[in-house]
Design a protein around this ligand. Structure first.
Ligand code: PRP
Ligand code: URA
Length: 211
């Protein structure tokens, strides 16, 4: 597996919080808070290469030549429903980002993604898009979301998840080698139900308390 476009964040705070999320004793409230916190910490890394421009600011002492963000337009695109849990943490650091939504669920029998909703920012094709989904398992949902966005003329796409399986990474590298993948952990494998091992279970259920 070529990993040129795959970034696994090994920051101690991120690793600590991912460990707490994995624990089956973690409550829905705690899980939700952890997803938001890890997303915020990951936003810090994902935005590392945002362009800057130089400006002048009057400090109380003198004029400073200093740098601010060049105003690159971003959009966050959570995959419903579990991706929703990552939005607030990202917006804490990127308050100017627009938010679109794409609804996909994985058919439990075929394991194929089924699209049921999509609403993108009007100027989505002018923006850098960060797709948000905590889990990259077979990669079917992520690959379908990216194919859909590309069919709308959207080019600059990054994919951000919390836990990835090698199978999902391989699928994205095969179908969309141009899309960088950011994750907090790269796990061992999928089980026979295509759940990530060891993973953290069903992210949507754990976020919303549905099971
Ligand atoms: C989960 C997860 C991803 C998908 C990953 O969503 O949030 O979207 O599975 O699996 P894949 O890589 O094999 O496609 P799910 O389909 O359970 O829907 P939900 O978020 O509504 O619970
Ligand atoms: N979706 C989840 O929520 N968890 C997995 O382990 C795989 C897919």
């Amino acid at each position: 597996m070529s990993k040129d476009n795959v970034f696994v964040f090994d920051h101690p705070l991120i690793q600590h919080k991912i460990s707490l999320m994995r624990d089956k004793r973690t409550t829905t409230k705690e899980f939700r808070e952890l997803v938001s916190e890890v997303s915020m910490l990951m936003a810090y890394e994902v935005t590392r290469n945002l362009p800057l421009k130089e400006i002048e600011v009057e400090t109380p002492i003198a004029t400073a030549k200093t740098r601010v963000l060049a105003g690159k337009k971003l959009a966050l695109l959570p995959i419903l429903r579990a991706g929703l849990g990552m939005v607030d943490g990202m917006l804490n650091l990127l308050p100017m980002a627009k938010v679109g939504h794409i609804g996909l669920y994985r058919d439990p029998k075929t394991l194929e993604p089924v699209e049921y909703y999509c609403k993108l920012p009007e100027d989505a094709e002018e923006r850098d898009i960060v797709i948000l989904d905590p889990m990259l398992a077979t990669g079917g949902s992520a690959a379908a979301a990216i194919t859909f966005l590309k069919s709308k003329g959207i080019q600059n796409i990054q994919f951000m998840c919390l836990i990835a399986a090698p199978e999902g990474i391989e699928r994205l590298q095969r179908d969309h080698p141009d899309v960088p993948v950011f994750c907090a952990a790269l796990d061992q494998r999928l089980n026979e139900h295509a759940y990530i091992v060891p993973g953290l279970g069903d992210a949507g259920d754990r976020l919303f308390g549905t099971k």
